[in-house]
Design a protein around this ligand. Structure first.
Ligand code: FES
Length: 131
């Protein structure tokens, strides 16, 4: 009888431990975002010069107009996270000299990954960069 009681206690404590671990694992693997779309910045379409760029320095984003429409890039360098500078024909990282083309592709390192493309939504005359 004593042995059966100990066995039951051990089973229940193991079950509680597994449930708690599973709950923590699910919480750890679930994204922090609520799944709602979040507008990071918005601008008037007319404010983006053709072939130019509209830089949001504080948000570290750039909105550009290409041949196929508007697109946005993160200005966070994929090497070590410095803020990339937008020039007329390229994007340059002042920290270690990585260069990216206007679509965010690496032209020269040390960065070896493209700049992150952000989701853009055009709502009439307003353009929103979504995060
Ligand atoms: S952080 Fe941009 S090149 Fe190093």
């Amino acid at each position: 009888m004593e042995n059966l009681s100990q066995s039951r206690r051990k089973f229940i404590s193991t079950l509680i431990l597994l449930l708690a671990s599973g709950g923590l694992l699910v919480r750890y693997l679930t994204p922090v975002t609520s799944g709602k779309r979040r507008v990071l910045v918005s601008a008037a379409a007319a404010d983006v010069p053709p072939g130019g760029a509209l830089v949001f320095r504080a948000e570290r984003l750039v909105l550009m107009k290409g041949d196929t429409g508007f697109y946005a890039l993160s200005l966070i360098c994929t090497h070590l996270g410095c803020t990339v500078t937008v020039t007329e024909d390229a994007l340059l990282c002042p920290c270690h000299g990585s260069r990216f083309d206007r679509l965010g592709k690496v032209l020269s390192g040390p960065a070896n990954r493209s700049l992150m493309h952000m989701q853009v939504e055009v709502r009439g005359e307003k353009i929103e960069i979504i995060g």
